[in-house]
Design a protein. Structure first.
Length: 214
């Protein structure tokens, strides 16, 4: 009786990232589980229910830790359990001051998907304008996230603090009217004097269309 296609486990029992194609092909041709190739140096064969269980466990791990990040001195470390939203480059004066660069790069995530692993003693907040808070490391100065009081359940994570690949590309340049005179914007991303339309870039957790930028 055919039990199920094999998956591959390393010798310590953890799921292998690369499928053992040869073992699977051999198993597909087999008429019984006894024909599944096994040895001390080859992967074990899983039943279909075992394979599904392992796959679900791997998926759960990936979802639980979508991203990790930290500050420059490593005092603050965090992880995200959800994917970040789209992002743009904000060239307003406040974001330039907060980032110490030509622009800020921030993306949204729900606060309940942000977990602070360490650094509660060094994380500080500064109210840069009424109802707008910027969180940073008081030891090294790294910006970590920002939020506004009216949507405090949504954080704007500073992408430069990520330690894991992000993968998305910039959607727009905003507040270009406030950019530094030495900043030369290149690339095909659209530019806007102030806020970008939400149809181009939806900046959750900001005062988009109302006031200060991200």
């Amino acid at each position: 009786m055919l039990i199920g296609r094999p998956s591959c486990l390393s010798t310590d029992g953890t799921a292998a990232r690369v499928a053992c194609r040869g073992a699977r092909r051999s198993f597909d041709r087999a008429s019984s589980v006894a024909d599944c190739p096994r040895s001390a140096s080859t992967p074990a064969c899983l039943t279909q229910s075992e394979l599904q269980g392992q796959s679900a466990a791997d998926d759960a791990d990936e979802v639980t830790n979508m991203h990790k990040g930290s500050c420059l001195c490593q005092s603050i470390q965090y992880e995200l359990s959800a994917e970040l939203g789209d992002f743009g480059y904000c060239h307003c004066k406040s974001c330039r001051k907060a980032s110490g660069s030509a622009h800020a790069a921030n993306a949204s995530v729900d606060r309940n998907n942000f977990r602070l692993l360490s650094g509660t003693d060094t994380l500080r907040e500064f109210e840069s304008s009424p109802g707008k808070f910027r969180a940073f490391c008081s030891r090294c100065g790294s910006p970590i996230y920002a939020y506004v009081a009216k949507t405090r359940d949504v954080l704007r994570v500073r992408l430069g603090s990520l330690d894991t690949p992000f993968g998305k590309t910039v959607k727009a340049h905003t507040f270009v009217a406030d950019k530094a005179d030495w900043d030369r914007i290149e690339g095909a991303a659209p530019q806007f004097a102030a806020w970008a339309p939400k149809s181009v870039l939806d900046q959750r957790g900001t005062l988009q269309g109302e006031g200060e930028s991200s």
